[in-house]
Design a protein around this ligand. Structure first.
Ligand code: KIV
Ligand code: ZN
Length: 519
């Protein structure tokens, strides 16, 4: 039996999912949750890519003490120096450097020979080891590389001081037997590989990421790189919850353990969905809304008689809370605190006070407060994650006749704006249009989802949306019993993120040395 290290890359590879970008405070919040989940390594970002990424890695390295914190760097000195600087202050830092090794990448992307690739890989690791003790090397596109050449690369990076060697299936092209063979060949033929942690990192383009990761483990990999909800480039990465639960549920077959506290899986998944506005599909294994729902009569009957007839794991094992109607207008702060604890949220006194105020406001409008409402309140109450240049001052809507009309006034940096009046096909379109007139840029809406927490006409509407500003995507969220107000809150949330990002970009332009691709 071996202990498999869980290397979570939600904050780096996961964040490369379209629309999944998070602000530094959101990343820190998720990193704390990953710590509670019990992952071994958090890849916190790619520090050279932006000032924001650098700061995120730096803050996480300083504040999250349980797991090792990794920062990514291309195999060039300036990336490695920047990643090492961001990691200063970590109780355990890992520098993760990578270089492509496949003929396609060498020829078309890097335009270097195999000999140059070997030199660069070794030099990057040697240099990284002068700055950070724990160095991981990834052979990008390893599964489309020539195996004897890949083995040479692995050999030289081990000689140069890499302690962990990752064999990524960058484009999700491999199949289980191929990965098994590749790992075995490396283990059997590369000099010096004993004592090195071999790692697997699979993308899901053919839907094989988890199966491939399991095959790699069977062949001897002892680290799995994965993301919550399987988010990541294109079709995503190996889903953390799936690989971990496969190892737990089929302990009999694989015989390995991890340090993950499975009861934190549901909460980690929910937090990520909330932060990015991206929900897993309902039938997604482990964390989808229907993952534990039994619809067919025969199945329901079976589960009532004996759970294991149709359940291979219990919802409790992955932390799905039992949903009950519990709170209402007359509930006090203690009851609220207790329910949050039951749902798994330990609130500080300050957060509890804030949540209680919002709870009281909501309870005046809605008879029964559901767990979903409590979670919306909590997230809403703590979502001041970017400086809020724009706030809502006035929103008057008239609709029912077409077109709808919206009258909006904002507060911009503490100053009341003029009243903006606009019409649209519906109240939300009219309100967004009225807001646009008051902004210094022109956003385009990409996606808008309204989800009503159960509760009939009193339901709280939770709005998540995605918009584009100057080619970049920003997500926003808002909640209110009035969906137009919820939508406007979500819109302003995304607008404030965009405003913040554009101002950071302005500062970064003054530092061309930090922009990837420049040299
Ligand atoms: O998919 C990949 O090859 C990567 C590397 C940077 C590890 O994400
Ligand atoms: Zn990747």
């Amino acid at each position: 039996m071996a202990r498999i290290d869980i290397f979570d890359t939600t904050l780096r590879d996961g964040e490369q999912s379209p629309g999944a970008s998070m602000t530094p405070p959101e990343k820190l919040r998720l990193a704390h949750q990953l710590e509670a989940l019990g992952v071994d390594i958090i890849e916190a970002g790619f520090p050279i890519t932006s000032e924001d990424d650098f700061k995120s890695v730096q803050t996480i390295a300083r504040e999250v003490r349980g797991p090792a914190i990794a920062g990514l760097a291309r195999a060039v000195h300036k990336d490695i120096e920047r990643a090492a600087a961001a990691l200063e202050g970590a109780h355990r830092a890992r520098l993760h450097t990578f270089l492509a090794t496949s003929p396609i990448h060498l020829q078309h992307k890097l335009k270097i020979s195999e000999a140059e690739c070997l030199d660069r890989a070794a030099e990057a690791v040697r240099f990284a080891r002068t700055l950070v003790d724990e160095v991981e090397f990834s052979a990008e596109d390893a599964l489309r590389s020539d195996l004897p050449f890949l083995a040479r690369v692995v050999e030289v990076v081990i000689q140069a001081g890499a302690k962990i060697v990752n064999i990524p299936d960058t484009v999700g092209y491999a199949y289980p037997e191929q990965i098994r063979r590749t790992m075995r060949t490396l283990i059997e033929t590369v000099p010096g590989i004993d004592g090195i942690v071999l790692s697997t990192h699979c993308h899901n383009d053919l839907g094989l990421a988890v199966a491939n990761s399991l095959a790699a483990i069977e062949a001897g990999a002892r680290q799995v790189e994965c993301t919550i909800n399987g988010i990541g480039e294109r079709a995503g990465n190996t889903a953390l919850e799936e690989i971990v639960m496969a190892l737990v549920v089929r302990q009999d077959a694989f015989g390995h353990t991890t340090g993950v506290n499975t009861r934190e899986i549901h909460r980690s998944s929910q937090l990520l969905s909330f932060l990015t506005g991206i929900n897993p599909q309902p039938n997604k294994a482990i964390v989808g809304k229907n993952a534990f729902a039994h619809e067919a009569g025969i199945h329901q009957d079976g589960v009532l008689k004996e759970r294991t007839t149709y359940e291979i794991m219990t919802p409790e094992l992955v932390g799905v809370p039992e949903s009950q109607l519990v709170l209402g207008k007359h509930s006090g702060r203690h009851a609220l605190d207790r329910r949050y604890r039951e749902l798994g949220y330990e609130l500080t006194a300050e957060n509890l006070n804030q949540a209680y105020k919002l709870f009281k406001l909501l309870a005046d409008q809605k008879k029964s407060i559901l767990d979903e409402d409590l979670i919306s309140i909590l997230h809403h109450g703590t979502m001041e994650d970017v400086p809020t240049r724009f706030k809502l001052h006035t929103l008057d809507i008239s609709c029912g006749k077409r077109p709808a009309e919206a009258r909006v006034k904002l507060v911009d940096n503490g100053e009341e704006t003029d009243l903006s009046v606009s019409v649209g096909d519906g109240p939300i379109a009219a309100a967004f249009d009225a807001i646009n007139v008051l902004l210094p840029f022109r956003p385009t809406l990409d996606d808008l989802q309204i989800q009503a927490n159960p509760g009939g006409v009193e339901a709280v509407g939770e709005v998540r949306l995605r918009l584009k500003v100057e080619g970049k995507t920003f997500t926003g969220r808002g909640a209110s019993p009035d969906v137009v107000v919820g939508a406007v809150r979500a819109y302003l949330h995304a607008i404030n993120k965009a405003t913040h990002a554009l101002s950071l970009e302005g500062q970064a332009l003054a530092r061309p040395d930090l922009i990837p691709g420049n040299g």
